[in-house]
Design a protein around this ligand. Structure first.
Ligand code: SF4
Length: 172
């Protein structure tokens, strides 16, 4: 996997002060995408152990609430293994941090493990999933933590337990 950027401080993509990883590669190609340069899987730099360590170091201070995963598409089948490994490292070493992930896929398809072999395990490592493609006609600058009104902010553990989508109402 390649990545486009690691932001040490991000206050736009989830609650509190967060660290963000923008992975490379996305096949959704939404019209009006905010980050089209990240559609290419070759964009940016290789993501390896040094980057994992960097993210863990950035996450460690008390004032950092958690990690946000964006792109690009973290749930692209070719990206899932590397993202899953990162999520597991964060869970092991910094269990108090929350993990948010943005995807153009739908929760139901990821939960059913229809989108690549690691989509369900990766989902199980998250606190919140913001799902669905960006739809230009539904763009709304007044929305917090999402670009278009079709996108859902989903409480992942509660949804997995219920067997159906439960929104994280406090963020909608
Ligand atoms: S899913 Fe996200 S990164 Fe991919 S094309 Fe849509 S808006 Fe852009």
């Amino acid at each position: 996997m390649n990545y486009a950027d690691i932001k040490k401080v991000d206050v736009a993509n989830g609650p509190g002060v967060r660290v963000s990883l923008f992975v490379s590669g996305c096949t959704h190609r939404c019209e009006g995408c905010f980050n089209p340069e990240t559609w290419s899987f070759d964009f940016g730099s290789p993501f390896g152990e040094a980057e994992v360590e960097k993210i863990l170091t950035f996450l460690a201070p008390d004032h950092i609430r958690g990690l946000s995963l964006l792109g690009g598409e973290p749930f692209e089948p070719d990206n899932q293994r590397a993202v899953l490994d990162l999520v597991r490292r964060v869970r092991e070493q910094l269990p108090e941090k929350t993990i948010w992930c943005y995807t153009g896929y739908l929760y139901e398809d990821l939960a059913a493990n229809h989108m690549g072999t690691h989509s369900r395990p990766l989902l199980e490592g998250l606190d919140v999933l913001v799902d669905g493609p960006f739809i230009l006609e539904k763009k709304d600058l007044g929305l917090r933590f999402r670009g278009s009104s079709n996108q859902r902010i989903i409480d992942v553990p509660t949804s997995l337990q219920a067997g159906e989508v439960r929104l994280a109402e406090e963020y909608m």
